[in-house]
Every structure is written in C-alpha cells, then in structure tokens.
Write a protein that binds this ligand. Sequence first.
Ligand SMILES: C[S@@+](CC[C@H](N)C(=O)[O-])C[C@H]1O[C@@H](n2cnc3c(N)ncnc32)[C@H](O)[C@@H]1O
Length: 204
Amino acid sequence: MFMDTRVSLYESPVIIEDREAWEQINLKDAGTIEVEIGFGSGEYLLRRASEYPDRLFIGIEKKSGLITEVAKKVASLNLENIRLLDSCASNVFTYLFPACSLSRAYSLFPDPWPKKRHIKYRLFSTQYLRLLNNRLISGGEALIVTDSEDYCNWVLKQLPCTGFEVESSTIPPQFDTRFERKWLDQDFNTFFRILLRKTEHIEA
Ligand SMILES: C[S@@+](CC[C@H](N)C(=O)[O-])C[C@H]1O[C@@H](n2cnc3c(N)ncnc32)[C@H](O)[C@@H]1O
C-alpha cells in the first residue's frame, strides 16, 4: 500500500500508490468525485465511470489481485476518469481525502463479518460513518447494499450522531456485480439498501 512513486491523480497509470504524491493533489479542483469502497471485480465502478465521463471515480480495494484485474479493464475501456487505490478504506479516508471533498461513496456487499468475535472488523462502525460524513460534501450521499439483514440492522444502529439522514429499504438485484450474481445463483434475490444523505457536518 502506498509504496510506489506515481505522479498525479490525472495521469496514467490508474493505480495510485504513492502517498506523498497523493497528498499534493488538491481534490477540491477535481469536480465531482465518487468513491467505491471494495469494488471487487469493478463492474459498478466501470459502469458509473463510463456513464459519467466528467466525474472522477476513485476505487478502493484491499486485494491487490483485484486492483490488477480491474486496472486491465480500465485500460481496455480507455477510461481516463478512474483511479484505483490499493489500500484499506479507513486509511484512505483518514489520510488521503480532505474534509468535504467527495460527492458520493458506495459499498456493494461489504464483508459482513457474521461471527460475533469478528464484529470489530466491520467497516461501517459509528467511527467510520463519522469519518465518511466528514469527507462528503454537504448533501453528499453514501450507499451501502448488503445481502445480510443482520449487517444492515447493525449499520442502522451505528447511525445516530453521524450527521446523516437515512433511507433504508429492500431492493431487487440491480448492480450485476460478482457478489450479487453469486447470491442470485443461490436464489437469493432481495437485498438491503441503506442510503445516507449528509445533513450535518461532523468533525472527525
Ligand atoms: C464481498 S466483496 C464485494 C465485492 C464487490 N463490491 C461485489 O459486489 O462483487 C467485498 C470486497 O470489499 C473488499 N474490502 C473489504 N474491506 C475493505 C476495506 N476496508 N477497504 C477496501 N476494500 C475492502 C474486499 O477485498 C472485497 O473485494
């Protein structure tokens, strides 16, 4: 993570690994920025980036193999508005994104860590949601979609004092990602959606 030297957020290659280079970049001049946390095989990120060429898309994924896989797809599609970060989302949000810099963040099928002793590894804790709030612009949105009702309920419990207005519902499949397809193959076709809108700025 962050161990190579790459120059600018606006230049190829798409994989940004150098923390110092990143820190010199003023994301405030980048226009509308969307971030996908744990993009997996990148289907949603690639579709969004194709659909909105004037926005900057930043994908964060902690598995290097997936970064390489998706970087190849980005190159073959000639998408110039995607940057990939080989890191953990908490580090990126803590150290790289300035306050009020992101318009939209999403996480499709985040690891649910179902075992009680693993709950501490779940990403969308109150602390992380406060950080996410801080990095979003006013009115910015965060979308979390999960197959796990337990995880959904846990996230909803984390939300008080995080500065978000919440909309929660069940939804049919619509993202066509690897994990969504995996669940569909098992005849599971109702997912849990949490849509957050920043209504109050939180210092984090
Ligand atoms: C269950 S998979 C879902 C992948 C993809 N979104 C999909 O729908 O197919 C969760 C993904 O999130 C990544 N991930 C989990 N925790 C992460 C974190 N803290 N930072 C970045 N990526 C993370 C995992 O490596 C994995 O690729």
